[in-house]
Design a protein around this ligand. Structure first.
Ligand SMILES: NC(=O)c1ccc[n+]([C@@H]2O[C@H](COP(=O)([O-])OP(=O)(O)OC[C@H]3O[C@@H](n4cnc5c(N)ncnc54)[C@H](OP(=O)(O)O)[C@@H]3O)[C@@H](O)[C@H]2O)c1
Length: 157
């Protein structure tokens, strides 16, 4: 098992690609923090599946476009597992496929909030520490690997 006892955070980890990543990581021995945005039966299902693989798992409701939510997710993870080894910024938002001039400002803000701001917030913020300079250094130590998007991801060595 290549990820034995690593702590992996997967945003959008209850559905589709995020779910597949979470289950594969669990099979490789990782413990999981699953971020979800909207509660559905998928949340308890993935918990059950990961526990069946004899891995530890917690779920965190998070809107990654909101700084306070992103910070809370990091804090919950560190409180339970003590560290983050792998962060999979999988969650994403998109607009309905429409001509560009039909996209509303609200939709644009949402996509930028989730796909850009959300990734930055999760990687760079750790409100469990007071000193922001230290925070960044510590976070880099805690996150040995930043996986920005599943299709750009390289497995941590
Ligand atoms: N599918 C493809 O063909 C494809 C191609 C290229 C790249 N990708 C990338 O691969 C990743 C996963 O794709 P996918 O098709 O599996 O996505 P998806 O099925 O649309 O799922 C998106 C996930 O993001 C979560 N999410 C949305 N807004 C959120 C927010 N504000 N805060 C936290 N979580 C939020 C959703 O959570 P809830 O379900 O709880 O709302 C959902 O689990 C994305 O980064 C996408 O850009 C996908």
């Amino acid at each position: 098992m290549r990820l034995n006892d690593k702590v992996a955070v997967v945003t959008g980890g209850t559905s589709d690609i995020g779910r597949a990543i979470a289950l594969r990581f669990a099979r490789e021995g990782a413990n999981l923090v699953i971020g979800y945005h909207n509660y559905s039966p998928k949340v308890s299902l993935i918990v059950k599946e990961i526990e069946n693989l004899e891995r530890k798992v917690i779920t965190v409701k998070v809107d990654i476009s909101q700084l306070s939510n992103a910070e809370q997710m990091i804090r919950d993870t560190v409180n339970v597992f003590g560290r983050i080894d792998i962060l999979v910024n999988n969650a994403a938002a998109s607009w309905a496929r429409a001509p560009i001039f039909d996209i509303t400002e609200q939709e644009l803000d949402k996509v930028i909030g989730v796909n850009l701001k959300g990734y930055f917030q999760l990687h760079c913020n750790d409100s469990s520490r007071d000193d922001k300079t230290k925070t960044r250094q510590n976070n880099q130590h805690k996150c040995q690997s930043l996986l920005i998007q599943p299709f750009q991801a390289k497995p941590p060595m």
